[in-house]
Write a new protein. Structure first.
Length: 102
């Protein structure tokens, strides 16, 4: 019986202590919840910005690949023009040589 009374007193004392502590901790808990909500909002905003940056990076990569392909096509066209000009120059040199031999 004495043990039961001691346990009951301990339980009542602990519940009173936690009840009082609850009232003093409540503003801190509310502040933490508010901070957590702000942090969650900021995290979502950062995630959205990261998605936009990733999309922009993919677009830039695709544009760079298209520009690279266009540059390769332009280089091929320039090489063909240079070959054609060299061939024409060679023909003109032969014609001039023939004219000089006459």
């Amino acid at each position: 019986m004495i043990k039961l009374v001691k346990v009951a007193i301990a339980v009542v004392a602990a519940s009173m202590m936690f009840g009082c502590a609850d009232e003093t901790i409540r503003p801190d808990i509310n502040q933490l919840r508010s901070d957590f909500d702000k942090l969650e909002t900021q995290t979502n905003a950062i995630s959205n910005k990261t998605d936009l940056v990733a999309r922009d990076a993919r677009d830039a990569s695709a544009n760079a690949a298209a520009a690279n392909a266009a540059a390769a096509d332009a280089a091929d066209a320039a090489n063909r023009a240079a070959d054609s000009a060299a061939e024409t120059n060679h023909k003109l040199d032969r014609m001039l040589d023939k004219a000089m031999m006459k």
